[in-house]
Design a protein around this ligand. Sequence first.
Ligand code: FCB
Length: 457
Amino acid sequence: MAENILQAHWNTPVLPKPGFLWGVSTSSFQIEGAAHMEGRGDSIWDTYCRQQGHVKNGDTGDVACDHYHRYAEDVALMRDLGVGAYRFSISWPRVLPKGHGAVNEPGLDFYDRLVDTLLAAGIEPWICLYHWDLPQALDDLGGWQSRDIAGWFADYAALVARRYGDRVKRFATFNEPCVFTLFGYGLGWNAPAIADRAAMYRAIHHVNLSHGAAIDVLRASVPNASLGAIHNRQPCLPCGPSQEDADATQRFSAYWNDAFPYPQHFACYPPALAEVMEPYQKPGDMALIARPVDWFGLNHYSPHYIKADTNPLGATFGAPPDDVPRTAVGWPIVPGAFRDTLLDIHRRFGLLIYVLENGTANDDELDGAGRIEDTGRIAYLQAYTSAMQEAISAGADVRGYFVWSLLDNFEWASGYSQRFGLVYVDFATQKRIPKASARWYADLIATKRRDAIAARG
Ligand code: FCB
């Protein structure tokens, strides 16, 4: 079945518009390492990794891909791919070890070097301010549960804007706010391991306030800034025919898909959350949150199959039907859901769309010749980029596509057990080996570039 579905998409031509941006994405905690070097403060993920039983095999981000020291080699890998853009995140505790107050110059210098190396390689830097590594010192003060964080986040955004805004124009405020608030505060599956409904609601609202505050700061300080936030959106389907599963799916979807885009774009919480979010709001909050942005950032991997549960959300992930193909780590492969999601975003929000994460984990192993023939990943990417093309043909204004991820890296609670990279990382030696999918992606980008030049005559 998997083969049939993928085959159906295999021959669809992939022909986005000229000027379309092909890129790759990473995040600070997942690749940088150098966790205790040159003044970096702890993040909540450092703490979480140290607490026994949280991360598979007791893995930590202490070394990760050692990108902090190997960034030049990693930019060279990107140049070999031919990508036009690279999305990375700044480690808040690397530049502000306590989250606010004194800055850490060596940390700021690191991103200067990275930005300059990218620009010299002709790759546009895209900075995401927050990819889940909250300074531990701020968590000690209440973290996302404290309303004060909107001010701390705005000050951090101002620092980043002042330092890099002369060379960087693309900024995202948050990566996947629904994931880190649900997993971190609602269900306790991720840092900071809180499982409490009220904590989650508080975090949701304060993240939304912080988004609006940072957009204002970036807009005021970066000439020609191009700004947005990065959301997951995916269809949520009930696992079974029961009314309980149907209700759980509706609740989950309102939370997952709408708790952030609605206030940020429509100045209200979605109807299913309006009442529960009421206690955390002050008059005028929605005007502070719903600041104009330039694009909608989408991360999408698969649809969700949802069932009722006794957890604080009353809903959790369940198994897809048997006939739905899955990746090596069990994520459903449904390219049509990606197409539908892009079209849905287009209709609802009417913004330019950048796909800022899509990709798959694969059982990647070196073969006898020292190569990684990750045909599963190539088939997945082929199917999903084809589905994106279908959405573009049907009117969705998609302007870029970024693969998650450049490198195999620290996959949160799964540690190093899940490999999402186009480039294999041997974590014992830090050797990088581009996989077959890296060659496939480089070919795709080169072909599209040639097509674009030909189309211009
Ligand atoms: C997304 C995260 C990213 C990575 C991929 C596999 O949800 O944004 O950091 O973990 O999933």
